[in-house]
Ligand binder design. Structure first.
Ligand code: SF4
Ligand code: SF4
Length: 190
């Protein structure tokens, strides 16, 4: 498959089970997506659970439904431990993109300079060079980001997970992909 293309470009669409169920329900009952199955976990959560949550419910309300928190968390992630994004406000709503909420006591570890150990490269399942992508995005070098196939990144988070310098590789790469997409959209519209 050509880099940057999606399965749909090849005439193939893949769904997870929940999306399949949503489509079935939409056809059978006419109902749109109004709720999402959310895993609520993390060492700060009193009663971790999987909950069916109406869209629009705040993260705070969801956490309260799990008995509240043992102590104020240092980080709340929207998403799992590998791919999740830290959120700054508990009052943001659950959207159809939220599959997990994690409330963690461990603070974000301090980032230090890259030591060129190559662990992120060895860990990448797509054989990308996360450290080069990171540098390209940080320096707004779009041609370099494209040269190193930023669009192929599937945002698995492995590079961030293994980095001993605690560099938020995925966060930056994801931002770079977004910036490229926005640039293209602007170019298309303009
Ligand atoms: S997040 Fe992207 S760059 Fe990092 S390991 Fe996964 S596919 Fe590779
Ligand atoms: S794993 Fe981290 S420290 Fe090692 S090369 Fe990659 S970015 Fe640099």
């Amino acid at each position: 498959m050509k880099e940057g293309t999606l399965p749909v470009d090849m005439g193939v669409v893949t769904f997870n089970v929940e999306t399949g169920w949503d489509i079935y329900r939409a056809f059978v009952t006419g109902l749109p997506v109004t709720e999402r199955l959310v895993t609520v976990s993390g060492d700060c959560v009193k009663s971790p659970a999987n909950l069916m949550v109406p869209l629009g419910t705040s993260f705070h309300q969801v956490l309260q439904c799990c008995g509240g928190l043992f102590s104020p968390p240092n980080r709340i992630l929207s998403g799992g431990p590998m791919m999740g994004e830290a959120i700054g406000d508990e009052n943001i709503p659950v959207t159809k993109c939220v599959g997990a909420i994690l409330a963690l006591s461990a603070p974000k570890e301090k980032e230090s300079p890259c030591i060129r150990c190559g662990r992120c490269v060895r860990a990448c399942p797509l054989r990308l060079m996360p450290l080069e992508l990171y540098q390209a995005v940080k320096t707004k070098n779009h041609p370099k980001a494209e040269l190193y196939s930023i669009r192929s990144c599937n945002e698995c988070g492995l590079c961030t997970y293994v980095c001993p310098s605690r560099i938020p590789l995925l966060e930056v790469i994801r931002g770079g992909k977004g910036a490229l997409a926005a640039k293209e959209e602007g170019g298309t519209n303009g």
